[in-house]
Design a protein around this ligand. Structure first.
Ligand code: HEM
Length: 156
């Protein structure tokens, strides 16, 4: 593992950082740019477009969530971070990644259920499923992601 990190140092850090940029940046764009634009639409169309935009976002970020973890583990193991004074920071970052990933999986399930209701015209049932994603779940992941990026700066 130490060899892999030594040989591919720059590319591993690059992949880790770009994954964080795409995951956290994607959520910020969705919440603060796309979301307010979608609110201008009338309810049935708004729900359809919101569900479609979230589907695309989740499709884009999922591979980067995996790359983020793989590169994180390579770095942590290669640098022996679990056995240094930085182990608590590494543990917190691992916990943050886990919570963000579980949150993402729940969001994907909620959106898929909402899409089924949209497909049969049951918009009232789709609305709360998508609503919580925008009002709570995405903001929680943005906050955790920003904390993880700050902790990354303390590790670098
Ligand atoms: C899964 C647990 C994680 C571990 C073990 C971990 C580990 C690390 C390490 C060791 C560095 C320092 C790299 C260097 O030598 O420069 C780092 C940097 C970084 N991490 Fe993570 N990380 C984890 C999760 C995350 C998450 C969830 C995010 C954001 C969503 C993230 C974003 C960053 C960023 C942006 C940097 C670069 C900071 C800088 O260079 O100033 N990491 N991480």
């Amino acid at each position: 593992m130490a060899d892999i990190f030594a040989n591919y140092h720059s590319i591993i850090i690059f992949l880790h950082v770009i994954s964080a940029v795409i995951w956290v940046g994607g959520m910020i764009t969705m919440r603060f740019a796309v979301h307010y634009s979608l609110l201008q639409l009338e309810p049935p169309l708004r729900l359809e477009r919101t569900s479609h935009a979230l589907k695309n976002l989740f499709k884009i970020v999922t591979p980067f969530v995996i790359i983020l973890l793989i590169t994180a583990l390579i770095m942590a193991i290669a640098m022996g971070l679990h056995h240094t004074d930085l182990k608590s920071t590494v543990f917190v970052k691992e916990a943050i990644w886990s919570i963000m990933s579980i949150n993402l999986v729940i969001m994907i399930f909620r959106r898929n259920r909402a899409q089924k209701y949209i497909d049969i015209g049951e918009y009232a049932k789709a609305k709360p499923l998508l609503g919580l994603i925008g009002s709570v779940m995405v903001p929680v992941n943005i906050t955790l992601g920003v904390i993880a990026i700050f902790l990354g700066a303390t590790l670098s």
